[in-house]
Structures are given as C-alpha cells and as structure tokens.
Design a protein. Structure first.
Ligand SMILES: [Zn+2]
Length: 175
C-alpha cells in the first residue's frame, strides 16, 4: 500500500511562474527526515483544499525537493488509482503508450496545454516516513499526473513540454 497515512499538515501558499524554484532541479531527500514527513503532510493538506488539484510538488510550495503528492480519485479520465499518496525521489523506470492530453497547473493558473505523456508508466520511489522503496505501476490520468509532478521535481513545467504556441490555451474555466 502506498496510500498516505501520515500526520495532518498545514495549507501552504502555492508559488506561480515565473518563480526560480519552479525551474530549479529539486534535491533528493531523506524520506525518513521529520522535515520531509512534514512537507509531505503539507503537500497533501494544500492539495486537498485546492479545487480540481490532482497533484502538488514541493517546488510549488517553494521547496526545491523531490517530493510530491498525487490524488486523482474520481477523475473522469482516471483508470488505475492509488488514492492519496506522496512519493520521494521518484524516477520513471518504464514508459510506453505515448499520447497527447490537456494539462493545467496551479503554478500556471491562466494557461492549459497539450502535452505528450506516457499512458503507462512504472515509477520507483520511496515513501515518506517509512522510507520504504516502492514501485508504482499506473496508467491513463494517474500516469499523466505522476509525470507532471516528477517534472516539477526536475524543474520543468508542462509549458516546457508543449509542442509549440499552438498547443497552449487560455484557461476559460477555473476548476
Ligand atoms: Zn503543476
């Protein structure tokens, strides 16, 4: 089980582009460090109070670290779902079924874009707190969310992945 069952966290302000931390490669973390567990809890708390938010990475709350939270539960484009979880030092070890799809981001509030992502991935990571090493196999929208958050931890935004200006859209509706 990778589901988050850590302490409750605090809601943090979300930083928006252009902010240096969003384009900086995050540091690898010690998943057992109490500060990392607190960060994980804060990411979950901030994600939960943000309508339509399916994932949030440490750089988005101003921390240059390889930690992120994901929750695509109930999303219409989701197939496999693992509920609310937080991963540290995540790396994609397998990726296939590449397909374009629309993405948005709390750190880029006014735009969405079409981004090509793998529709099936295997990710290796560690869990905050226990430090347990896990591999997560997922697909569809959860796979997209994971790739988006892993990009944040590497200092990349979805805007760095769009095919060009024709694949960027002004957001009309705020979820
Ligand atoms: Zn984002």
């Amino acid at each position: 089980m990778i589901a988050w069952d850590g302490p409750s966290g605090s809601v943090l302000p979300v930083v928006t582009a252009p902010s240096t931390v969003l384009s900086t490669v995050g540091d690898e973390v010690d998943p057992a460090d109490p500060a990392v567990v607190q960060l994980a809890a804060d990411l979950v708390a901030t994600m939960k109070v943000s309508p339509g938010c399916v994932g949030l990475a440490a750089p988005q709350v101003g921390v240059g670290a390889q930690v992120f939270a994901v929750d695509v539960t109930g999303h219409p484009k989701a197939a496999t779902t693992h509920g609310v979880f937080v991963l540290c030092n995540a790396k994609i070890i397998e990726a296939s079924r590449w397909k374009a799809g629309r993405e948005g981001c709390m750190s880029v509030p006014d735009l969405t874009g079409d981004v090509k992502r793998a529709g099936r991935i295997v990710v290796a990571a560690t869990l905050p707190g226990s430090g347990e090493e896990v591999t997560v196999t997922t697909d569809a929208f959860e796979a997209r969310a994971l790739q988006h958050e892993i990009d944040h931890c590497a200092g990349k935004l979805f805007l760095d992945r769009v095919a060009g200006a024709h694949a960027i859209y002004q957001r009309k509706v705020y979820l």
